[in-house]
Design a protein around this ligand. Sequence first.
Ligand code: PRX
Length: 576
Amino acid sequence: MGGKLNVSENCLDRHLGTARENKAALIFEGEPGDVRTITYKQLHFHVCRLAHIFENMGVGAGDRVAIYMPMIPEAVVAMLACARVGAVHTVVFGGFSPEALKDRINDCKAKLVITADGGWRRGKVIELKANVDKAIAGAPGVQTVIVVKRCGNPVNMVEGRDVWWKEAWAGAPNTHAAKAFDSEHPLFILYTSGSTGKPKGVLHTSAGYLLGAKLSAHYVFDLKENDRYFCSADIGWVTGHSYVVYGLLANGATVFLYEGAPNHPEPDRFWEMIDRHGLTILYTAPTAIRSFMRWGDNYVLRHRLDSLRLLGTVGEPINPEAWMWYQKMIGKKRCPIVDTWWQTETGSIMITPLPGVIPTKPGSGTLPFFGVVPKIVDSDGNEAPRNSGGKLVLTRPYPSMLRTLWGDDARYKKQYYSEFPAHPDYYFTGDGARQDKDGYFWIVGRIDDVLNISGHRIGTAEIESALVSHPKVAEAAAVGRPDELKGQALVVFVTLKAGHETSDALKEELRNHVGREIGSLAKPDTIRFAAGLPKTRSGKIMRRLLKELATSGEIKGDTTTLEDFSIITALKADEE
Ligand code: PRX
């Protein structure tokens, strides 16, 4: 406590006047193929200008700013400009719906929104500004919207509220004396799914977060001065915060930023870009690797990939088959793979190999990073014997840990520190895991009411509350079933209100309804109508049984607490 810093100065100004000044901070490639290189000096100019614009608008220390943008350099500029003036950004992934954006804006009371007219995805324009307009219709606290012109699609600019980035830009000075903020000054809020219907605003602060992101990026990616680093995560997720923006820029690295889809115009887009830009490190998600495998080796074999020297994965457990493919086809058995386990809450990588130092085992994140003390424990918090599964906890604090949930300290304590009454200092991760005889950690996956679909975290309660907000739905239960491509697929069981008929058209209507409420990433893979849902005598839906049914088509588990067994027979009979 008591130390002060400016996070943006640590990512930018510290490199000025050094050999890094004219080094590329960002190499950007848009989906249509436009390329822009931005040096540290130029990025500094941009950030300084936007910082002035913010201050002229009355946006300063502690104010919240929502960022809803495509993966373009202006998104990075926006985040760093917030950090520069001490404003707290909340980046909302562009795939979230206006409804989800509205909830996040209202929860943190953002007064400024930064967006773009649109972003490119598979040759089409995602209309971000139109979504912002819909969101703001229900978010009266927003005073200003800054709009980047990216795609040139028509947008509606509201007089007195909306300004074009370019126009706001004119005349703003391009130097800005950065003020130092307390080490615990809030840096960002990132909403993530939990076990209730409402996403949680994970709060990260300044010095500890930056230290965690910077140190881990340095060691885990073994950064070298000439690296060209590519992380395929969107800045709307924590991976984009820590390992596209803060961790990499604080190290003075060159970050490659790609706007669009990995299979546009063809499924070899990544490999083509890696060769053309000479990229050296690739950090991506297992679900992406499984898609590449499915698209076929030929797309990979068209390219040399000889600039690559290190590969990483994050977001979900990687199956050994995908790991082996990644190592052989992409890494040509030359590149180490770092399988990094961490969470939005941890802010930086917690369990990971150090490349070239820690022998890897396909599917294991191996060992804890410096200062991280994880344990596998049983339900009472006692350490589980080696090779037997348990709950993954972090027993000691570390610099980049979340500080609270925005506006809800009580939920923060309950969510993370109440699982083991005998150990109130154990942080519960929500993950199940085991440690093998060598002490290596193997993450099994979430054991709470959170699903991991294509590396995206989605709460079952969020899906259920979206479904029951549809006028025809009485009750809903969401569960995951294993899926070869996505890791988990989303299956929902729905009962209808009296007088409504089941139909395929209604299934489609419900899928679209969830898309509108949350975003397409949350659309159920399977919808099953049921006459009733299995419940305990106290009325709690027994999701465990539904999960078994969705996974194996059978229910063999304990049904003694079930209130009405005939429901199970009916559910099985309804099977598609
Ligand atoms: O279940 C774990 C899984 O992703 C969850 C965290 O999700 P999120 O906060 O969205 O952050 C994702 C990016 C850091 C964890 O609780 N997870 C993340 N990385 C791994 C993983 N599971 C297995 N292996 C990993 N490397």
